[in-house]
Design a protein around this ligand. Sequence first.
Ligand code: ADP
Ligand code: ADP
Length: 225
Amino acid sequence: HHLVSVTDLRFSYPDGTPALDGVTFTLHHGESVGLVGGNGAGKSTLLLHLAGVLRATSGAVRVGDWPVTPGTLREVRRSLGLVFQDPDDQLFMPTVEDDVAFGPRQLGLPEPEVEARVVDALGRVGAAHLRRRPPHRLSGGEKRAAAIAAVLAMGPSVLVLDEPSSNLDPAARRALIGQLRAFEHTKIVASHDLDLVLDVCRRVLVLSGGRVIADGPSDELLADD
Ligand code: ADP
Ligand code: ADP
């Protein structure tokens, strides 16, 4: 039984640009996979299908027990959390704690459980001290941490990250890699940062022209020779 399965997924944007040309893969519980490929390979488009933001032209995506369709988005959001490439797309409340609490409150959880999730999620990304700060005043690394915490607080089984190390300084990048390694979640990490992918993901999918052109152990596929 797979936690994520993508079957012959095809998608063209409304202007006719083909972006995914038959993508197929499956993920087991606990597996972490890197998604690599040049600009325009289809990485972001694929992540947006996993989260149900875009609707496939043909093919299927399943997450846990659910096919990803407009009718299952509530269930899919509980199972799969997408951290956008730009944290500013995700942080919109007056304080970090409001942002991290937003998802659990939407789930209708009682306030003590919301509070517990906020504390836990901020702790996992080393951001407990940022709790009462306004997100728009944070550094790039701090914003990234807050955005990841907001997704963790939903309690997803699958964590999906789009270019998580973009715009981070070396110290913030190292902290991020340590945290990602510590998360027990099944992970899908799209990145140009091949060293991050090697550190965080045992398996890698190489995308080109909207197709998976390689799928295997990251230390073999990303060996720098
Ligand atoms: P990657 O994330 O690997 O850089 P994308 O998924 O962003 O790749 O892009 C895949 C293809 O879809 C590219 O040809 C890109 O130009 C095109 N594309 C991406 N977003 C749009 C859009 N909103 N409208 C039209 N074409 C798009
Ligand atoms: P340390 O474990 O060295 O104390 P911290 O967790 O305090 O590291 O983080 C060090 C730097 O990295 C800080 O600027 C912090 O905001 C940033 N940072 C922490 N977590 C993340 C994250 N998940 N993503 C990006 N930057 C982060």
